[in-house]
Ligand binder design. Sequence first.
Ligand SMILES: Nc1nc2c(ncn2[C@@H]2O[C@H](COP(=O)(O)OP(=O)(O)O)[C@@H](O)[C@H]2O)c(=O)[nH]1
Ligand SMILES: [Mg+2]
Length: 345
Amino acid sequence: MAAFLGFLGDLPGLRLAEAGEFTRRAFENGRIDLTEAEGLGDLIAAETEAQRRQALRLAGGAFRERAEDWRRRLIDLRAHIEADLDFSDEDDVPDDLSHEVGVGIANLRKEMERELSAGQRGERVRDGLEVVVLGPPNAGKSSLVNALAEREVAIVTDIPGTTRDLLEVRLDLGGYAVLLVDTAGLREGGDVIEAEGIRRGRARATAADLILWLDENGNAPPQDVLALGVPVMRLRTKADLAGISEGVKAVSVRDRTSVDRLLDLLTREVASRLGGESPLVSRARQRDCLSRAVAALRNAEGKALPAEVVADNLRQAGDALGRLTGRIDIEEVLGSIFSTFCIGK
Ligand SMILES: Nc1nc2c(ncn2[C@@H]2O[C@H](COP(=O)(O)OP(=O)(O)O)[C@@H](O)[C@H]2O)c(=O)[nH]1
Ligand SMILES: [Mg+2]
């Protein structure tokens, strides 16, 4: 293959396409916008059904259409305001125009805010919901991570402090991507390497979507873990060794049924958080552009603002949408988007 490509590359007028070059051309020729290009990139990278559905919606132009509708309405509103400015000393522009404009701005802002909050779900679908496994040393964290992943991700021994690095494994739970993170057991003492592992585990848990707290006695997590404000699912491990579970869910890696039950439970939990229609916003870049548009609209909504200020804020909101769809100011983001494509796309 390499020799063949090398041969072709030596022919005059032929060269290897760059990563994402065809999509980039489609974008540069205005056949697709930036959100559609991103959707296509996500589609190529999609690993789960929910990621595929979400990417397809974006690639199909759902976000583009929405953003274009917003932009048209922004332009209309600006036209109203400018008419107001031009004819302010005449009587043929009705007085309630500014009220109408105010309502129009508020409606736009609310629609964008709804997409932004749905987008938290969109980013989770795209990047995977993060589940961090915490608990005392030897609680059986690594064993459970291996059992859930059905492969040997982490080393398991009966020596406390075996796991030091964070270990990540991607799971597909009911079509949703989940990133399961194994951590070093939380305890005092241990050497500097283990202490660093514990620090990283805690830091990772801060940004997690869910903490699985494992303890072989079913004990609750310490206050500092609860204080992270991340939802916690408590599990009593090594259920094959002891009897009753006193209301805390029990699991044993020696009993596959209990692991499957836990997988079902996690799947339901993930589906309830990420289910529903695919959101439009699914990347930090899109969220950032849309947040700027919302901020500009907020600034336009102030009471008794001069019409020029309102018009300028609407222009800024329009620019933010232009950046979202790639109409303006895009050079710096293009490279990063198309470089993630593979050659030939
Ligand atoms: N009997 C029994 N032993 C377990 C179970 N899960 C883990 N272990 C044992 O507990 C010890 C510590 O397990 P490990 O997964 O390394 O715990 P970690 O330190 O929390 O990651 C190992 O000797 C495992 O074989 C279980 O469900 N039942
Ligand atoms: Mg471990």
